[in-house]
Design a protein around this ligand. Structure first.
Ligand code: HAM
Length: 440
């Protein structure tokens, strides 16, 4: 690790990589408002209890993964490990029936062991529909997620659904699951021995081969029978709508979400292009009591990991257009051309034409190498000769053709070749291999 590397699990995003990110962000900003969702931006850090109480004291996220620190005023603060709890804090006491629909995009922080697709600073795009409870809203949330994935080029995903039931169901299902595991408790890993008492469902998620084998041998389908009639009807209503909308899904009684605020519907989307960390998105219906309040706020939502969306989309050969190159590169030959070229670049930008002006004092050969490297469609070359003749030399970088044209016509000339994708070639009649052919 050198001084130029960021800490483990944290990435720099350079311009070469950013278009995929911008594509996802723009798609979210255009798509979620179709469902009435407006953007929300909450702080990157919150009082620790927003997460410890909101997500659940016994979760791995709260027990092991939070970046918690004390500020100078002695307050315990935590970098947000996810978006939902902070949003509930921000929107506070929402009355039943007065719903809020919000979407968010931004960095989250979890001190997990870094691996492919598992970062310590990662990014989520997510939605929360808060304040109303109905299976239609859960279904709408899932449908919206699948349509969003399709919009960004992800089609080969699989969707799993389960229910956590309501609070009363959970007491019964926890007890039954504990009972099922109790015969094998001694052979569970050390973490799962603790999970047995704290959060028995999490054992189903353990990657330890011994624990996975024990989990696989359990007849979990029986647990489904323990759910109340209301919980089963609720889940059926959600899945009926999904079937009606032709969204493929699998009911999975083993689906465990890592956050403790869920009640009723839970879901996860995985993708084969991802390897071991194969969850691209997860979510469900939840109840969170904001700090300082006695009343739980109910909502339904999901979050997708943007890093994983990008890996999944590119595994399906969906790569958004590469970074935009500047349309024009301006080379100054000698000192006198610098100021006029500075102004010319400003005039081009004012017309919506992207331009980079180069002011390095160097040979034309080396300046043209930079022009080539910049990927610009055209290079304008201007030195003392052109200044005295009130002309500029314009070189078409795709075929090397050059034209010398009057200074006053330069912008008009370039405007004809749209930087937004129209032909960047010079018309035949305007080609000239002679001109003041300073460029090579
Ligand atoms: P989550 O399942 O913890 O749910 O995270 C959602 C998604 O964030 C995951 O499916 C994954 O794509 C991505 N993700 C999580 N951890 C990492 C990591 N260390 N590195 C890279 N990507 C990661 C939530 O966060 C809930 N707040 C979702 C939700 C919203 N539920 C209701 N509303």
């Amino acid at each position: 690790m050198g001084i130029f590397s960021p800490p483990p699990g944290v990435d720099d995003l350079l311009p070469e990589a950013i278009t995929a990110w911008q594509f996802i962000e723009k798609t979210a900003a255009a798509f979620f408002p179709l469902y009435g969702f407006g953007e929300i931006r909450t702080p990157i850090f919150e009082y620790t209890e927003v997460f410890s109480k909101g997500i659940g004291e016994q979760t791995e996220v709260v027990q092991k993964e939070m970046y918690t620190f004390e500020d100078r005023g002695g307050r315990s603060l935590t970098l947000r490990p996810e978006g939902t709890a902070g949003i509930i804090r921000a929107l506070g006491s929402i009355e039943q029936g007065s719903a809020r629909r919000v979407y968010y995009i931004g960095p989250m922080f979890r001190g997990e062991r870094p691996a492919a697709g598992r970062k310590r600073q990662f990014h989520q795009v997510g939605v929360e529909n808060i304040g109303s409870v109905s299976p239609e809203l859960d279904a709408e949330c899932i449908v919206m997620l699948t349509r969003f994935l399709e919009k960004i080029g992800i089609r080969k995903y699989s969707l799993k659904i389960n229910t956590r039931g309501d609070a009363a169901d959970r007491a019964a299902t926890d007890a039954t699951l504990r009972n099922l595991f109790s015969k094998k408790k001694d052979t569970l890993c050390e973490d799962c021995k603790k999970r047995f008492d704290r959060n028995v469902w999490r054992i189903l998620d353990c990657k330890n081969p011994g624990c996975a084998e024990i989990s696989a041998s359990l007849e979990l389908e029986d647990i489904g029978r323990l759910f109340s009639r209301e919980s089963k009807t609720y889940l059926d209503s959600v899945t009926n709508i999904l079937a009606h909308e032709k969204i493929p899904f699998v009911l999975d009684p083993r689906l465990v979400r890592g956050l403790d605020y869920y009640a009723h519907t839970v879901f996860e989307v995985s993708h084969d292009g991802l390897g071991a960390q194969n969850a691209v998105a997860g979510g469900g219906r939840y109840e969170i009591t904001p700090p300082g309040s006695k009343n739980p706020v109910r909502g339904v939502g999901f979050a997708c990991g943007i890093e994983r969306l990008i890996i999944a989309a590119s595994s399906e050969n969906h790569n958004p257009a590469p970074e935009k190159k500047p349309f024009v590169f301006i080379v100054s030959i000698g000192k006198n051309a610098k100021l006029p070229n500075f102004s010319l670049a400003e005039e081009l930008r004012a017309k919506g034409i992207s331009a980079i002006a180069d002011f390095e004092e160097r040979s034309i050969k080396s300046a043209m190498r930079s022009a080539n490297k910049s990927g610009a469609a055209f290079t304008i070359i201007r030195g003392d000769n052109e200044l005295s003749q009130k002309t500029t030399v314009i070189k078409n970088m795709s075929d090397g053709a050059q034209a010398e044209i009057p200074e006053s016509k330069t912008i008009e000339y370039l405007s004809k070749y749209s930087p937004n994708g129209l032909s960047a070639r010079l018309p035949e009649q305007e080609r000239s291999q002679s001109g003041n052919a300073q460029a090579e």
